[in-house]
Design a protein around this ligand. Structure first.
Ligand code: IMP
Length: 429
């Protein structure tokens, strides 16, 4: 049975929440396998808007199993609040499984995330990463250092307390002596986490088996990517302005324990323009009135942090890179309606580097310091696309725009997002 993956192809905020919600109609199990509550996925159902941070969008389809995989990091206090809010809105969340192996975001991880950003700012403002301050980097660092507590530890109070005490010896040395801040209290942290751990206990389980056995039993699995390819810790653009996990398609396998040959389709979500939150290189960034117009029309403000997003033209050099890294089989082009009123639309098709045109992303990060985007300009479609229901209703200028993108990256565009609502999705042949 199929296992399909949805990945962001840009710097996150491509509209994955809505795409996953749409594709989840044909899935029995929906999995989040990387990142944490640095993500914020928005889904609109009728007049109701849901903002999900840890929970997979499948949670809005009560008959489906929702899985938080081992590759994720969760803040159990925030996760429990998220569950409670959904329960209050009529979703029972009883089909949720949180892997034993999922990393716990601890209060000292969030504190260290903030303190380190402040330290970078004081040293050299160009060094600020602009993190979401959710503790993501410090949590995944501790996982790699093999000192971070895991969700499964919440079921064993003695072991949990011991792990927290041990970790706090090191963290407090840093907090007090490097950052000159007051230390944290390991016992108070343990009390608070174990209390919420008891409430989450019924959800803790074998996520890996649920996915593998589910597939063997004929169930259909959908992986919900968070963040985007260009934020990947190894393959993103540009270190250190990245997140600390693997938002690429390979991350779906690593974050659940599923073999790569079990994956069928890989949907790359592409926004019709591009945005970035936080610092780092952005070749097609706009700085004029158009930036403000697109930002406001597209509501480009962080779901997790409320920060205004940087906005720019669609960059096909980066998209081709994302298609290669992820092995995309399908493109879902989202937020097409945001460009409805523009008389002309630019798309970056190459970079000018030292007087030469380059069509593929150079792997030397230093080479990106001095590039100039080369644009192809398309006439706008100047028509409201938010009521389009079928592919044969597309205006000609939009068809040309789509056909150019698809040919450039050699991947078919199979879905089009034309609004925030569940029904505003056009299936293309
Ligand atoms: P962190 O993931 O909080 O460590 O932040 C690292 C970088 O990734 C920052 O530039 C964040 O703005 C960015 N980032 C993290 N999560 C998301 C997301 O879900 N959407 C967009 N950007 C994100």
């Amino acid at each position: 049975m199929p296992a399909n993956v949805v990945v962001g192809t840009q710097w996150g905020d491509e509209g994955k929440g809505k795409v996953v919600d749409f594709l989840a109609r044909d899935a029995d199990i929906v999995v989040r396998s990387q990142g944490g509550n640095n993500a914020g996925h928005t889904v609109a159902i009728g007049d109701e808007v849901f903002k999900l941070y840890h929970l997979p969008c499948g949670i809005l389809h009560p008959e489906k199993t929702s899985i938080i995989g081992s590759g994720m990091a969760v803040n159990p206090l925030r996760l429990f609040e998220e569950i409670q809010e959904l329960v209050a809105r009529g979703f029972d969340c009883k089909n949720l499984i949180i892997s034993y192996h999922t990393s716990l975001i601890m209060p000292y991880h969030m504190l260290l995330d903030e303190l380190e950003e402040n330290r970078r700012a004081a040293k050299d403002s160009r060094g600020i990463i602009g993190t979401t301050k959710r503790g993501i980097g410090p949590t995944f660092s501790d996982k790699m250092a093999r000192t971070g507590p895991k969700v499964g530890d919440l079921r064993n109070p003695a072991r949990f307390r011991e792990r927290v005490r041990y970790a706090c010896e090191e963290k407090n040395a840093l907090i007090e002596h490097l950052y000159n801040a007051p230390p944290v209290d390991p016992d108070a942290i343990s009390d608070q986490y174990l209390e919420v751990g008891d409430k989450l206990r019924k959800y803790i389980g074998d996520a890996t088996r649920a996915v593998i056995d589910g597939l063997e039993d004929g169930k259909r699995v959908l992986f919900e990517g968070a963040q985007g390819t260009l934020l990947d810790i190894d393959y993103g653009l540009s270190y250190p302005f990245l997140t600390s996990s693997h938002p690429v398609s390979g991350g779906a396998c690593l974050g659940t324990g599923l073999a790569p040959n079990r994956i069928d389709r890989i949907y790359g979500v592409v926004k019709a323009y591009i945005s970035r939150v936080g610092e780092g290189i952005f070749p097609t960034e706009l700085h004029d009135d158009l930036c403000v117009q697109i930002r406001n029309r597209g509501n480009e403000y962080g779901t997790a942090t409320g920060r205004p997003r940087r906005v720019g033209w669609l960059d096909l050099v980066l998209l081709k890179y994302a298609a290669d890294i992820n092995g995309l089989t399908d493109i879902v082009l989202t937020k097409v309606d945001i460009l409805d009123e523009l008389p002309e639309i630019n798309v970056c098709v190459a970079y000018k580097m030292n007087g030469k045109k380059v069509f593929k992303l150079p792997s030397d990060p230093d080479a990106l310091e001095n590039i100039e985007p080369v644009y192809e300009t398309f006439p706008g479609w100047l028509l409201n696309t938010d009521e389009l229901a079928t592919g044969d209703m597309l205006p000609e200028n939009l068809m040309e725009f789509l056909s150019f993108i698809s040919k450039f990256v050699n991947v078919p565009i199979t879905l089009l997002g034309v609004g925030t609502r569940r029904r505003q999705m056009v299936e293309l042949g």
